[in-house]
Design a protein around this ligand. Sequence first.
Ligand code: 5GP
Length: 180
Amino acid sequence: MGNVVYDGLTFEPFITREKIAARVIELAQELRRDISDDNPLFVCVLNGSFIFAADLFRACDFPDAEITFIRLKSYEGTSSTGQVKQVLGLNENVEGRTVVIIEDIVDTGVTAVELRRLFEDNNAKSVKMVTLLFKPSSLKCGKEPEYVGFAIPPAFVLGYGLDIDEKARGLSDIYALKKD
Ligand code: 5GP
């Protein structure tokens, strides 16, 4: 597995597809163990989470789970906390339901705070977050995700759904920006 180059930047192999696949199975087992609800609602946060969500949802194999999709756009510079708008909104009634938010990566935590608030405001019974990647040292607000695939240092990563300017999402492995 060699390096890849995007926008003139070099990225080196970071997490292999085999490691990702093994961790996805473990996360699915944890979710099956912890969630007793018959029909939890999984929420895939587009765009970056679509590959992880597909793999995780299949691995969980809940008999009556549902999955839906939401897309947020953050506006920087409009407020100090960052303002997040729903571009593809939530149509499901989440009242009284267990909601499992599927994220690709939690960095500052701004998006996660906004997502949790959305489901709590709509009276979900419980809201859990599962993220493939988490940068603990970058977290500025909110709490840690309940389920974390890999805790990583604050490097920029791509692949397995994660992009650089909408590119590189199709890479099967995860790569990290190479330091000089
Ligand atoms: P937040 O700062 O709100 O926790 O994360 C916001 C979004 O920034 C994430 O959902 C993700 O789209 C993007 N992001 C954060 N860190 C990275 C990274 O290392 N690589 C990529 N491709 N996106 C990232």
